[in-house]
Design a protein around this ligand. Sequence first.
Ligand code: ADP
Ligand code: GLC
Length: 508
Amino acid sequence: MPKRAEPKTAASRNRSLRILMVASEAHPFSKTGGLADVVAALPKALGRLGHDVTVITPRYRGAPDGRVEATVALEMAGHRFHARLLEHAIGVNARVLLLDCPKLYDRAGIYYEAGGDYPDNPIRYAFLSAAAVDYAAQQAQPFDILHAHDWQAGLTPIYARLAEAASGRAGGHPGTVLTIHNLAYQGIFDKSWVPRLGLGWSDFTVSGFEFFDCLSFLKAGITAAEALTTVSPTYADEIQRPEYGHRLDGVIRARHDRLTGILNGIDADEWNPATDPFLPQPFDVDRLGAKAASKRALLERFGLAVTDETLARPIVGMVSRMVDQKGLDLIAAVASQLASLDATFTIVGTGEPHHQEMWRRLSQWRPDRISAFIGFDEQRAHLVEAGADMFLMPSRFEPCGLNQMYSLRYGTVPIVRAVGGLVDTVRPYNPKNGQGNGFLFSEYDPGVMLQTLEAALATFADKKIWSRLQKNGMRADYSWDRSAAEYVKIYRRLRPARTTRRVPASKG
Ligand code: ADP
Ligand code: GLC
């Protein structure tokens, strides 16, 4: 069992909460993007505040075995699935339970393989939610909160409600929260799955999980959870508009009183240039000169020449899922101009074949200036954050974005599109008062992106201004502590309501 911490803060002086999170990824057990980072770091931060957090997530291929905390056996789509829940402590008061069901999760990929998405994804992720609800029901000391993340856990609030109805104890299930990390991924499947996943046709309505005559896992969560959050305040506003609503803006608007945008934090231990084991030499705001060792290592790792010239030339880094969301078509549109800028580009990413192909072609065309690593590589990702001078994120939309915050911490100045969480974390540099930490552009236009990049490169030439910019970013606090306390406020809003429902109404 994880160690218990003494309550430290005002929040934890109240009774501590028991929270069960459900998510399809959790670092370091699995990861395709920022969800995994959040699902590891938020529980740790809540644990530090004195709450007790358990995360249920699949045990994919390669994840370790562990002590068996519980077992579940559930009927789904005509099969009976058995699983073990394997315990791993991840921090004080925080643990992960890996849902071990090899038939569903022991595969080469997480969501898909070369041939496409796994056809039984509806079962794989319905089972995740159902197993979490079943585990919650096994507890002598009930959970206060069931907190689901993204579409893969979207059925959790529905299954919780069904379990409550089956138990006959109104108000007996924990308070339910859904966090939307990315509205673009919705888990939409043929409606024939409704009965096969143990769901009722009575919820197959416009105000339930029906979405254009299909079953939507995300809409199920949005309409059934008692509280909704998303990962930045700006994104919380954006998703209520058609432009960013992915056809769910109306559904979100209808529940806007339940929605809160809470900015993600970063795991300040994992992403710390002073202790990062992937770097050749530690650095921080008072030892910024030592960042040069990472720049050298970055050039070497990416097969680029290490000379006085390449060391002096600014490096623009990117670490990104290679999907449309990340604004890669802007880069494709001005690729030849990019290569003629006085800059070197180092990229790590994996994703859709046509985006990968674009980066491959660019690296072959200008191997002296552009080096792209296609694949998922933790070490290279850290090295880019540390060794690059600038970090480019021209996202079409960005619910929060973690990489710009990692960049700020590593003195790597972000150049971002002013959208979603990027607006909430990157402030434009103002030469008049020396405030700001990066460069932003608004219009989704390749020419505007290029101009912004050029402006950043021109600023880089002034070492005094540049180091001011770097330090502004490095001195800010992006840790989880503040945001975790925001989640606690939401949990507590649900708890009193639930407690009163359980207590018989008083007379008078
Ligand atoms: P998103 O979740 O949309 O992908 P974020 O910026 O929130 O965007 O988080 C991305 C996370 O995934 C970061 O931790 C980033 O370092 C990591 N990441 C993305 N692609 C790769 C890759 N190819 N190799 C290693 N890490 C990656
Ligand atoms: C999603 C979003 C990203 C966010 C991450 C973690 O994958 O695309 O912007 O930072 O989730 O919340």
